[in-house]
Design a protein around this ligand. Structure first.
Ligand SMILES: [Mn+2]
Length: 430
């Protein structure tokens, strides 16, 4: 039996005050879905099984390059972060794993494992960091890491990634995510081809250190911290990397790492088709890599991404098993509240995509009926699936309204008293 941080009694009382209304809403939606030939319980079953990982760095308050305004009761170390993740998991029942970031979360792996297992939390992909300098690091990454012109600096970055794999092995992780900040700020600063060649050579050494049942995720990013060019700038380069490295290498899609207006759902489809979709970093953006809460700006785009994912899931696409993770920066909200709502937004997009009438859609596509094809998607998207999501939470021990339960529990005030403010808990922008 795993421990709970918020009292189970409080959650029970919270749910008892809401479950009669929820049952009515669920039955009413069930009746309407039935008319469309959809069994609501089957959708709820799938939602219950859907999981998204919490990034350890997400529970700290984020910031921008201008300033960071610390929040009350921020986690002081990885053990506090694990407790915050346990709260998110308890109330949403959607986030069974935590994704660690090394060196920010470096600690005795056995202690980490113990701390997580208290709350039945597991560990998702492990993230290496060669985009900033760790304390006491010998060589600086100011001018790059895996693609650095200096062989010793590249070696140090490779060794760091191999160490991350070792830590992850002890923790039970099954994937390494590599994102680098390498690139250039001025035309002419870097030779594109030579830098990419050095990167590929370094990645081949990391790939060789992967256990047989692991995956390697590479994450592209168009700009920032390098503002003129980045070494892994887009999904095309990322696809080349995954092809060059081998069968265990996959592309990771961070929703914020694309040029404005790029058709991300189409990239997702291409990567699925060629068996190189590794997973996601979910977030939302308005202008660039804003790292806003998932679904907060363009929930329709999130739905369209899931439309592709569900299409592949229902078609039984070979080797299709993408990892889901949030990757956001919470500058003005309580990170726990943002992460709970973001996990629910991702679930919502999944549930809506499950409602698409796929045989009707195929018929409209074959008949070149653009209007009805797009309406078929809109009908699914417009369906308010909240009763399905809330019922899934209720059935698995979560809260019908996680934010209301969290606020009623007074968790933030409690940890604010226990955790004195610290200067830094690692970056908030990744
Ligand atoms: Mn990311």
């Amino acid at each position: 039996m795993s421990e709970t941080i918020i009292s189970a009694d409080l959650v029970d009382k919270h749910n008892a005050a809401r479950d009669a209304d929820l049952k009515r809403d669920y039955e009413s939606l069930g009746e309407r879905l039935d008319r469309r030939g959809i069994a609501i319980d089957a959708i709820r079953d799938k939602v219950e099984k859907f999981a998204v990982a919490i990034p350890s760095w997400g529970v700290g308050t984020g910031g921008t390059r201008f300033a960071r305004f610390p929040g009350a009761g921020e986690p002081r170390d990885i053990f506090d972060k694990i407790e915050d993740c346990a709260v998110i998991r308890q109330l949403t029942q959607a986030t069974p794993t935590v994704s660690l970031h090394i060196p920010w979360d470096k600690a005795d792996p056995n202690r980490l494992k113990q701390a997580a297992s208290r709350f039945s939390l597991g560990f998702d992909a492990i993230n290496s960091n060669t985009f900033s300098d760790a304390r006491d690091q010998k060589l600086s990454y100011k001018f790059g890491s895996l693609s650095h012109a200096d062989a010793a600096t590249r070696r140090q970055a490779v060794e760091h990634n191999l160490e991350c794999i070792e830590i992850g092995r002890t923790l039970g992780s099954k994937a390494l995510t590599v994102w680098i900040g390498d690139g250039s700020n001025f035309p002419g600063q870097v030779n594109f081809a030579k830098a990419f060649e050095r990167y590929l050579d370094a990645m081949k050494e990391i790939y060789a250190g992967l256990p047989g049942d692991w995956k390697l995720f590479t994450e592209h990013k168009m700009y920032e911290p390098a503002f003129y060019s980045t070494v892994v700038q887009d999904w095309g380069t990322n696809y080349i990397i995954a092809k060059e490295l081998g069968d265990k290498a996959f592309c990771l899609v961070d929703l914020g790492h694309h040029a404005p207006n790029v058709n991300i759902e189409m990239i997702v489809s291409r990567l699925i088709q060629f068996k190189k979709l590794g997973g996601f970093h979910f977030n939302d953006s308005k202008y660039g890599d804003d790292d806003l809460d998932a679904g907060s700006i363009d929930p329709y785009r999130l739905f369209l991404v899931f439309n592709e994912l569900v299409d592949a899931e229902l078609a039984g696409a070979e080797g299709f098993d993408p990892a889901h993770m949030l990757d956001q920066s919470h500058n003005v909200t309580d990170p726990i509240e943002s992460l709970m709502l973001s996990a629910i937004e991702v679930q919502r997009a999944y549930a809506q995509a499950l409602l698409v009438d796929r045989s009707a859609l195929e018929g409209f596509q074959d008949a070149n009926d653009a209007l009805m094809a797009t309406q078929t998607l809109k009908i699914a998207y417009r369906t308010d699936v909240e009763p399905i999501l809330a019922m899934a939470r209720l059935k698995t021990g979560g809260a019908i309204d996680p934010v209301a339960a969290y606020r009623a529990a007074g968790y933030r005030a409690k940890v604010a008293a226990e955790r004195p403010a610290v200067a830094s808990v690692g970056g908030g922008i990744v």
